[in-house]
Design a binder for this molecule. Structure first.
Ligand SMILES: CC(C)(COP(=O)(O)OP(=O)(O)OC[C@H]1O[C@@H](n2cnc3c(N)ncnc32)[C@H](O)[C@@H]1OP(=O)(O)O)[C@@H](O)C(=O)NCCC(=O)NCCS
Length: 144
C-alpha cells in the first residue's frame, strides 16, 4: 500500500486517528479509556499514515515535545495494514520532526513484544521491564 506520512491536518483526521487508537489500544489490547485519553493530546503533534487511494488513516503516533526531548507514544497501525513498514515510516517521520526541532533525544515506552521495531530504528533499551496499562513495557531511547 502506498501511504503518505505527515502531521494530522484538521478535525476529521484527528477524529480518525483517535478512533484508530481506541480500536487498537482499548478494544484490541484492553487498555482503559482513561489511560488512552490522558489529557495530553491537545499539546501534542500527531503524525498519520494516510492511504493515498482511500484517504484513510492507516497508522498514527503522538509526539510530545518536552525541552529538547521528544516523547513518542500511541503508535498504532490498522490490523490489516501491519507488517508493511507503516510503523517504521512513522518512526522515520518522528526522526525528521526531532531533527527540525533540534531535539537531543527521542524516548518511548515499548511494548516488549514490539521492541525489535524500535531497535531496528536505532532505539536502545533503558532499564528493566515494567507493567503499564496491564502490558509489559521497556523504556527505550534514541540519542540524536
Ligand atoms: C506494533 C505495530 C505499531 C507495528 O506496526 P507495523 O506497521 O506492522 O510495523 P512494521 O511493518 O514497520 O514492522 C517493522 C518491524 O517491527 C517488528 N514487528 C512489527 N510487528 C511485530 C509483531 N507483532 N511482533 C514482533 N515484531 C514485530 C518486526 O521486526 C518488523 O519487521 P518485519 O515485518 O520485517 O519482521 C502494530 O503491530 C500495532 O499497531 N500494534 C498494536 C499497538 C501496539 O502494540 N503499538 C506499539 C506500542 S509500543
Amino acid at each position: 500500500m502506498s501511504v503518505e506520512i505527515r502531521r494530522a491536518d484538521g478535525r476529521e483526521e484527528m477524529d480518525a486517528l483517535l478512533e484508530l487508537r481506541h480500536r487498537v489500544f482499548c478494544v484490541e489490547q484492553g487498555v482503559p479509556k482513561r489511560e488512552e485519553i490522558d489529557g495530553r493530546d491537545e499539546e501534542a503533534v500527531h503524525l498519520v499514515a494516510l492511504d493515498r487511494e482511500r484517504r484513510r488513516v492507516q497508522g498514527t503516533c503522538r509526539l510530545l515535545f518536552v525541552d529538547r526531548t521528544i516523547q513518542l507514544s500511541r503508535l498504532a497501525v490498522e490490523p490489516e495494514s501491519r507488517r508493511q513498514g507503516i510503523a517504521t515510516a512513522l518512526l522515520h517521520e518522528a526522526d525528521r520532526e526531532a531533527a527540525a526541532a533540534h531535539a537531543k533525544r527521542l524516548v518511548l515506552h515499548a511494548q516488549t513484544y514490539a521492541k525489535q521495531l524500535y531497535a531496528a530504528d536505532g532505539y536502545e533499551e533503558r532499564g528493566r521491564t515494567f507493567v503499564e496499562a496491564g502490558i509489559e513495557h521497556v523504556a527505550m531511547e534514541k540519542r540524536l
